[in-house]
Design a protein around this ligand. Structure first.
Ligand code: LMR
Length: 394
């Protein structure tokens, strides 16, 4: 049986992690996988997470199974953080999932079950695992224009034109904030335009929000998505706690489905719980419990939000200094978009050859499409990266 298997194409983000690890140069710079690093290159456990974990160790008296949908307190706390005032309590179905990727996988399975002939529309470009999971599930995919390489911003006309070709019932994957890989985000007004288009054409939005709090702040990052869900009859939302709580390996995520009316809620919730059962039975609980403890305790929550804000403003500072270093070296503002982008990533706009030259000559590791993880930089490496970019002729 197993001799029938053929080698898997490597995941380009994970392959890059391995290549970086093997590079012996101590001047190497890791701008690959989307993991936050502080100025000393570490990915610390956040203070509030440590405190909640200590409390949990002391107070938890059983590790018996939770429900198939996970702990309801987690679903309530995280869905409130994500959806805010727009949270439609009587139409909202939630299941905890193994990370944000698990929420995407479960959401796409739900889509396939509910609308087998629907097409999934993905931004060009998008996170490579979006099309990979959809293809694995046999879901038809199509792309809509999104990134304008000339301006480093969003090509809203192209997006509108392409989505105008989608058929009723198709699903449109949107990045809630901090677009991965480009760093270019819809304005509030553009979110409104996308919402109107979804309503007019009967499209179902599926929002992937994996970086809430990394762009303009916890509420500001969710504002566009909240405006959208206030308008559309139904939607799917996949949220991740990997980045904003720094609990990558705990696999903590939530799939939310907004049903058209309260009448469909029970069946929707049941379908989601059953998909959990079929794929992994009960979702992981440790990270979810830590998150709900933090979100429901005033002191822990304030400390977490303060630390997240330090992370966010630190990344903004790195963006500003990289844009300034490139302005100084090139005498032009053509890299100014780096300061305007939000979140962990920016698409630099380098060719694969230039990306390769930066890796070979300067030990700079970015994804082949020239996606850079800004959080992989620090004050000392910003000038080195700026030199590498200029030397590669980007
Ligand atoms: C990334 O895009 O680097 C992260 O979302 C990590 C991953 O799983 O790819």
């Amino acid at each position: 049986m197993l001799n029938a298997l053929t080698p898997q194409a490597p995941d380009k983000i994970l392959a890059l992690m391995a290549a970086y690890r093997e590079d012996p140069r101590d001047t190497k710079i890791d701008l690959g996988v989307g993991v936050y690093k502080d100025a000393s290159g570490l990915t610390p456990v956040m203070r509030a997470v440590k405190a909640a974990e200590r409390q949990l160790v002391e107070t938890q008296d059983t590790k018996v199974y939770t429900g198939l949908a996970g702990d309801p307190a987690f679903a309530e706390a995280l869905s409130t953080l994500v959806l805010g005032d727009a949270r439609p309590a009587d139409r909202l179905a939630c299941v905890a999932t193994p990370g944000g990727t698990g929420a995407i996988r479960q959401g796409l399975e739900l889509m396939r079950k509910a609308a087998p002939g629907a097409t999934l529309w993905l931004s060009a470009p998008t996170w490579p695992n979006h099309p990979a999971i959809a293809k694995h599930l046999g879901i038809e995919i199509a792309e809509y224009r999104y990134f304008d390489a000339e301006t480093g911003g969003v090509d809203i006309e192209g997006m509108h034109a392409d989505l105008s070709r989608a058929k009723a019932g198709d699903v449109v994957m949107l990045h809630g904030c901090c677009h991965n890989p480009t760093g270019a985000n819809l304005t509030l007004d553009q979110w409104g335009q996308v919402a109107d288009l979804c309503v007019a054409r009967g499209l179902v939005p599926f929002v992937d929000i994996a970086y809430q709090g990394f762009g303009d702040g916890l509420d500001a990052d969710a504002a566009g998505m909240r405006a959208l869900i206030a308008k559309v009859p139904e939607a799917l939302i996949a949220a991740s706690c990997s980045k904003n709580f720094g609990i990558y390996r705990e696999r903590t995520g939530l799939l939310m489905a907004i049903a058209p009316s309260a009448a469909e809620l029970k069946v929707t919730q049941g379908a989601m719980a059953s998909l959990n059962r079929l794929n992994f039975s009960f979702p992981p609980d440790h990270g979810a419990r830590v998150v709900s403890m933090i979100l429901t305790d005033d002191a822990l929550r304030a400390d977490w939000a303060a630390e997240l804000e330090e992370v966010r403003t630190g990344m903004l500072g790195l963006r500003e200094s990289l844009a300034a270093a490139l302005r100084e070296r090139t005498g032009s503002d053509r890299f100014g978009f780096l300061a305007a982008h939000r979140g962990m990533f920016s698409l630099l706009g380098a060719t694969p050859e230039q990306v390769e030259a930066m890796r070979r000559d300067h030990g700079v590791y970015m994804v082949g499409d020239s996606r850079m993880n800004i959080a992989g930089l620090n004050a000392a490496t910003v000038p080195l990266l700026a030199d590498a970019i200029v030397a590669a002729g980007v």
